[in-house]
Design a binder for this molecule. Structure first.
Ligand SMILES: CC(C)(COP(=O)(O)OP(=O)(O)OC[C@H]1O[C@@H](n2cnc3c(N)ncnc32)[C@H](O)[C@@H]1OP(=O)(O)O)[C@@H](O)C(=O)NCCC(=O)NCCS
Length: 142
């Protein structure tokens, strides 16, 4: 992800979430956060999805994954997740973690397909809807 991707990224982001990340949030991740790994999925010159993570030692923390609404359900989410998990393995990570809303069936299905398992609940994690956050992890095989 480059700053030049941000107009398309922000369009997807604002459509995807009740409390979207702001331009300055993405800029911080791109410019200033040494832990950040941010990937975009580009088709025919258009950003159709992205994933934003932090590499924290052996852990890949997935903070944001979204696909353009008109492109959902066609495997783009799987391509993004596959890409970031490959990168994490190459960097020597041993696990990936993330939080997901219990109501987010599409995301839960996506993570399930990669073998993520629920290991905990963070009560009231999502301040906008007061939903809990389900804590999922995936241990990478040797
Ligand atoms: C979650 C999201 C990234 C999935 O992207 P996608 O490109 O539609 O996902 P894929 O097409 O790769 O599908 C992945 C799996 O999820 C399933 N899936 C996709 N949309 C679904 C839906 N609405 N309901 C149930 N399952 C769904 C697919 O069937 C597939 O599983 P399968 O292989 O068993 O068929 C997308 O829905 C999105 O951007 N949502 C808004 C942002 C968001 O909620 N991000 C996650 C925050 S934790």
């Amino acid at each position: 992800m480059r700053e030049s991707d941000l107009p398309q990224v922000l369009e997807i982001e604002r459509d995807a979430y009740p409390t979207p990340w702001t331009r300055s949030h993405f800029q911080f991740e791109i410019r200033d956060n040494a832990h950040a790994i941010n990937l975009v999925l580009v088709t025919a010159g258009h950003v159709i999805g992205y994933v934003c993570c932090w590499r924290l030692g052996p852990e890949l923390k997935i903070n944001n994954v979204a696909v353009c609404r008109s492109r959902r359900g066609k495997g783009a989410g799987k391509v993004l997740l596959d890409g970031i998990l490959r990168r994490a393995r190459q960097l020597g990570c041993s696990e990936a973690t993330l939080e997901v809303r219990p109501s987010n069936e599409a995301a839960r299905r996506l993570y399930d397909r990669f073998g993520f398992r629920q290991v905990g609940v963070r009560p009231g994690y999502y301040q906008d809807t007061r939903e809990d956050g389900l804590l999922l992890t995936l241990q990478f095989e040797e």
